[in-house]
Write a protein that binds this ligand. Structure first.
Ligand SMILES: Nc1ncnc2c1ncn2[C@@H]1O[C@H](COP(=O)(O)OP(=O)(O)OP(=O)(O)O)[C@@H](O)[C@H]1O
Length: 279
């Protein structure tokens, strides 16, 4: 996929707010309005609206090809919708310049599915990289901050000089999480955070995310197919179907929605087991 955002076909009709970066929780952390995404003639999203409040863990679910990844990339400013408005911390990122987007990205962290570590850099260097890129922080402060982030995600300093190829899947996720938290974001995006982890590692990674969410006061936006992760973490779930957010709310309310995808996804055997485990 092309990482250069394209200019939207039509300008957005954003709700009337100041449109300036607001980090104090006084406006929704994410506010998507009347969003449309088309690739050629294929419409992926139409009239999609989604609001995510400060402190939530909002999970996005939906069938294959419903546009979850594209929506996540639009929230990250990596893609622009065909129409509509994507406000992050009150600021419409669909009209932001590339330079401004780069600055805005320092306010959110992203954990990619495969970790996306730089293979030629050590654990320390991977976590330090967003701080180094700022070009303003003294070396000693970066060193202390990296060790602090490592500690936060349960990695001792003895791992600092390891290369990604020396790490287990669970450790790669922890390093990637430490890097996502490097600039102390208030908003964290997670793409399939537990994919590829065995059930025990998955459970401990979920606990880690839960405690960091609480301790750091994060807002989390997650895409996952894993029902255990979904049920254990989400404060609300948004279901993408029929090109828009078909249902949104706490898990127990969303699963009552009478829709074939929701019935199949949540109320199959796997869904029932995951729900029972919550009770
Ligand atoms: N740059 C692009 N050009 C053309 N089509 C695209 C592009 N990016 C995504 N699509 C299409 O948009 C649709 C939604 O893709 P997306 O990856 O967001 O789905 P998804 O909901 O994340 O699916 P999955 O759960 O299978 O990962 C797919 O049909 C995909 O092929």
């Amino acid at each position: 996929m092309n990482d250069q955002p394209q200019v939207p076909e039509e300008s957005c009709a954003c709700p009337e707010t100041e449109g300036k970066l607001t980090l104090d929780g006084s406006v929704p952390v994410v506010e998507i309005t009347n969003l449309q995404t088309k690739f050629g003639r294929t419409v992926i999203h139409n009239d999609l609206n989604l609001t995510i409040e400060n402190g939530e863990i909002l999970s996005i679910v939906g069938g294959s090809g419903t546009g979850k990844t594209v929506l996540l990339r639009q929230m990250l400013g990596l893609e622009r919708p065909t129409k509509g408005c994507v406000r992050i911390f009150g600021e419409d990122i669909t009209v932001a310049s590339s330079d401004h987007l780069q600055e805005l990205r320092n306010h959110w962290g992203m954990l990619f599915q495969q970790g996306a570590l730089y293979s030629a850099l050590t654990v320390f260097e991977n976590i330090a990289q967003p701080m180094m890129e700022l070009g303003t922080l003294p070396q000693q402060l970066i060193r202390d901050a990296v060790l602090l982030k490592m500690n936060m995600v349960g990695l001792g300093p003895e791992h600092a000089n390891k290369m990604p190829s020396d790490l287990s899947g669970g450790m790669i996720k922890r390093v990637a999480l430490a890097r996502a938290l490097a600039l102390e974001p208030k908003l964290l995006f997670l793409d399939e955070p537990t994919a590829g982890l065995d059930p025990d590692l998955s459970e401990s990674f979920v606990s880690l995310i839960k405690s960091l969410h609480r301790e750091l006061g994060l807002t989390v936006v997650m895409v996952t197919h894993d029902l255990d992760t979904l049920f254990a973490l989400s404060t609300r779930i948004a279901v993408l179907a029929e090109k828009h957010v078909l249902a949104i709310g706490p898990t127990r309310e969303v699963i009552k929605t009478d829709h074939p995808f929701i019935k199949e996804f949540f109320l199959g055997d796997r869904g029932k087991r995951a729900l029972e485990a919550l009770e």
